[in-house]
Design a protein around this ligand. Sequence first.
Ligand code: NAP
Length: 299
Amino acid sequence: MLTGMQIAVIGGDARQLEIIRKLTELDARLSLIGFEQLDHAFTGAVKEKLDEVDFSNIDAMILPVAGTNLEGQVETIFSNEKVVLTEDILSKTPEHCTIYSGITNSYLDGIVKQSKKKLVQLFARDDVAIYNSIPTVEGTIMMAIQHTDFTIHGSNVTVLGLGRCGMSIARAFHALGAKVKVGARRSEHLARITEMGLKPFHLDDTEKEVTDTDILINTIPLLIVTPAVIAKLPTHTLVIDIASKPGGTDFRYAEKRGIKALLAPSLPGIVAPKTAGQILADVLTQLLRESGQNRKGNA
Ligand code: NAP
């Protein structure tokens, strides 16, 4: 149980509702910031505005998967109000208050450091990222179906990156009957791609390898689908870029060449918010229990 814990849940999408449901079931007390348009009420959770919260009582703060943007703004789909997380707010929280976010950026890292708080990045954990790759794959398949007039079965699919998402995506498209090749830079990844029955290539050879690609799926969070790569794609290729914003594709050049290239953020939140929220809620519960026990142990 999380009895006695006071937690601020700041912004987010439908995934956050599963977190709120689970934490209130476990008897935590929640301040919900950026949820005033949410019709549903949860026993033990109070909707508040940022300036109404007594941060000196907050044991943990839960941010959306994206954390904040580079100006500190937190995405709030259940509110029209602008919610900005500042160093001043974090400094008001007790020393033990931990901030939980999916990913981080230089702004969030900066205010956490200045306020001497601890940040836990949930997606830095392999277990969370691998579970989360399941709805991500389903979202990628949905986009491929929606934006092409040919079947995945029999098509040439190129996946860039063999990380937690790349591996799941490559395996699922292969299982659907696509001819899948995967680009990676590490020799052990090239070996794994071969072991999976797929065609490996080194990322240095991407330009050469994409000339027959029907669907190009990028999972690498840096500019990798460059103008030089795009110039080699057939004009009918669909590019689906799932890497975190701003993605790894030169979208301007793709548009200039008439190639459909889509940045596809937050797929789990779109196709399976309940499952994606449950994945986060399960790990958060475990972490919050551990932090509560540690504090009792230290008291
Ligand atoms: P990951 O396990 O860290 O995989 C990242 C991949 O990118 C690895 O193959 C890695 O190769 C490669 N990479 C990183 N830096 C590179 C570089 N400088 N040069 C060449 N390759 C490089 O991450 P993940 O969990 O699969 O997630 C991939 C991306 O998708 C992330 O940006 C994540 O935020 C995003 N994501 C998006 C969604 C969505 O809904 N759109 C959902 C989940 C995740 P090495 O191992 O060789 O470094």
